[in-house]
Every structure is written in C-alpha cells, then in structure tokens.
Design a protein around this ligand. Structure first.
Ligand SMILES: Cc1ncc(C[n+]2csc(CCOP(=O)(O)OP(=O)(O)O)c2C)c(N)n1
Ligand SMILES: [Mg+2]
Length: 360
C-alpha cells in the first residue's frame, strides 16, 4: 500500500533552455528559429514592456480604465503566442491583452477595451480570439468547446487559453481540461503561475506540488516551463501545438513567472503581501535581460536596436490613444445591440426607450 501511494505523486521537472545568465543549457530542445525570428521575439518583449509602462501611466492620468499589469510575464505571454498561427483561436484572461495585440487586435481597440467600450471587444475579421475573460476559469470550458469544434471540422488549428495559478482552483479549470482530454480536442491550456492570486500565495491555494501535474488526473500531458525563458515557452508551445493538430490531444502548460506590478490598477498594494526579497529574486530572472544577454552574445542585438523599438512603441501608443479618444462614445443602444443577434422582448423595449433618449 505504501509503495502504491508513493508512486502516485508525479515528479515534474521544470523545462528550460536559457538559464538566468542567458546561456543555452539545453541544446537538444533549442527551437529552430532564424536570427530574424529571435530578434522579433526580443522586439515584441521590449515593445510590450513599454506598452505596460505607458498603460500604467495612462491609467494614473485617468485616460485608461481597467488595466492588469504585464511586466515580468512577457516571455510567458509572447513566447507562447509566437508559436501560434493566424488560424489558431486565443481565449485570453484579463492580463493577456499582449497576446491579443500580437494576434492582430489593433492597439486602439485594446485601449477601448480598457475603457469598457464595446468596440474593444469586437475582434476584427480574421483575428481569431475572444475578448479577455474576467470570470476566472470560464475560458477553459469555452476553449474545450472551440477546440472540439475545430476537430470536428477537420481544421489544422488549435484553441489556446490562459489562466493564472489561482484559476486552477476553479471548477471550470478541471471541467475544461477533462472534457478536452476525453475528446482529444486540440486545446492548449496555459497556466501562468505568477505565485499570487491577487494577494493569495499559491501555497495557500493548493497542496499540489506543481500546477502542471493537475494534467495527470485529466489524462492529458502536462509540463512545467520556465516562464522567464522565452525560448523554453516557445519550444513547449510549438511542441504542444504539433501534437494537438496531429490528434494527440490537449496539453497543460504551467509557466513559472512573476508580475512585477500590482494585480490591477484598482488599488491593491503588493508590498502588503509580497516581500522585497521575493521581488528582487524574480527581477534577477527577468525575461528581457536574459534574452538580451543571449542575443548580444550572438551579435544580434544592440542598444540602438532597442531604442528604435522603444521609440516605435511610444509613437504607436500615442497614435492609438488619440484614435481611441476620437472613436465615437459608447451609447446604451450600442452595447445592447452588440450583445444579442436577436433581442429578447424586455430588451427590445429598452432599446426603443434608449433610441428615443439618444436621439434628443
Ligand atoms: C469566478 C471569479 N471569482 C473571483 C474573481 C475575482 N478575481 C479576479 S482576479 C482574481 C485572482 C486570479 O489570480 P490568478 O488566477 O493567479 O491570475 P493572475 O491575476 O495572477 O494573473 C480573483 C479571485 C473573478 N474575477 N472571477
Ligand atoms: Mg496569479
């Protein structure tokens, strides 16, 4: 009995390619990326770090609404998105706006989403994604359904979703991975483990040693990846995508990462639940620093290159916020009309009432 019980606990080893010093420690799994691809990954991470800084500033000036900071999570967010194809469908959480932007959501629409404007939720034609989910875990169930739909239609694409460490305590999380596992649906389930669910540390959230091992009970593959290593995240996603479209079923990918900022801009103070030592420990693992060191060792990156990206990001953000400002203000009839294809009777009445009010 003792032996049987002990054998149940899986050992999950963290998958890594670049160590904290930017050195390759796992040549065998080095993804097949051109020099241009490697530079593009760095550009996107730098760009997204600037977008985060500017979004925080714009929020403080009252020019943005809801915002969940992303700094620290760039490798986890962008390394995974980089391994996707245009036809893949993303079902993000509220912190996953960067993946949407790189999947094709225009920046001004991301800003409108932050302001609660319905147009921020309208994906342009050809951008395969839903708007960010606020209900923790709900996107996991939706992803199982989208993935099964793709499989039934014989598509060679995957549905990709993201939640956090806290999200893995939610019922929807288990339902989603179990259903997708049972139907071998082409789904990629990301858990971005940044160790906190607002102020609750992961060790208070679960007694599981890793979040990746939750895959075992669903009968799907699970892997824990260094989420500060963009090459490891890319390689794991690429692998998961290949097997999913080959009919081998979904995969759960836990990325170990950290958010440097607060949970959202709504007012939590991380110094009340995280120590300075812990923050410092994670800043040493910074995904941009590590990847920059690696690229510099290959003569692929320079300060000049980095400054160009920073200027481009600032310029794009300035134009996008202007475009968001100029976009027609949201009317009540807009969001009632946007919600339903056919209005229920009670809303038809309200629609008429508001049309009347808005015409004055
Ligand atoms: C079903 C549900 N319960 C509670 C909340 C409130 N809530 C918003 S974010 C959050 C913490 C989520 O933490 P985690 O999953 O680790 O993601 P992170 O914010 O760290 O990326 C909670 C409890 C919610 N949005 N939905
Ligand atoms: Mg978290």
């Amino acid at each position: 009995m003792k032996h049987v019980l002990e054998s149940v606990e899986s050992q999950f080893e963290m998958f890594q390619i670049l160590n904290e010093n930017g050195e390759i420690i796992n040549k065998d799994d080095m993804p097949d990326l051109s020099d241009e691809d490697l530079k593009e990954l760095m550009r996107r991470m730098v760009y997204t770090r600037i977008l985060d800084q500017r979004s925080i500033a714009l929020n403080r000036q009252g020019r943005l609404g809801f915002y969940a900071p992303t700094a620290g999570q760039e490798a986890s967010q962008l390394g995974s998105q980089f391994a996707l194809e245009k036809e893949d469908f993303i079902l993000p959480g509220y912190r996953d706006v960067p993946q949407l932007i790189w999947h094709g959501l225009p920046l001004y629409q991301a800003f409108l989403f932050s302001r609660g404007h319905f147009h921020g939720n309208q994906m342009p034609e050809g951008v395969n994604a839903l708007s960010p989910q606020i209900i923790i875990g709900a996107q996991y169930v939706q992803t199982a359904g989208v993935a099964l739909g793709m499989k039934k239609r014989g598509k060679k694409s995957v549905a990709v979703t993201y939640t956090g460490d806290g999200g893995t305590s939610q019922g929807d999380f288990y339902e989603g991975i179990n259903f997708a596992g049972a139907y071998k649906a082409p789904a990629l389930f990301f858990v971005q483990n940044n160790y906190f669910a607002i102020s609750v540390p992961v060790e208070k959230q679960t007694n599981a040693k890793t979040l990746a091992q939750k895959a075992v009970a669903a009968g799907i593959e699970g892997v824990q990846v260094d989420g500060m290593d963009v090459l490891a995240v890319y390689a794991a996603t690429k692998h998961a995508r290949e097997r999913a479209i080959n009919g081998e079923g979904p995969m759960l990918i836990e990325t170990l990462t950290y958010r440097y900022g607060p949970h959202t801009m709504a007012g939590d103070d991380p110094t009340r639940y995280r120590t300075e030592d812990l923050d410092n420990e994670w800043e040493k693992k910074d995904p941009l620093v590590r990847f920059r060191t690696f690229l510099e060792s290959k003569d692929l990156w320079s300060e000049e290159e980095e400054n160009k990206v920073i200027e481009q990001a600032k310029d794009d953000i300035k134009k996008a916020i202007k475009k968001a400002d100029e976009y027609p203000k949201q009317k009540v009839t807009d969001f009632i009309g946007n919600m339903f294809e056919e209005l229920p009777v009670n809303l038809q009445e309200q629609m008429e009432e508001y049309k009347e009010k808005e015409s004055k």
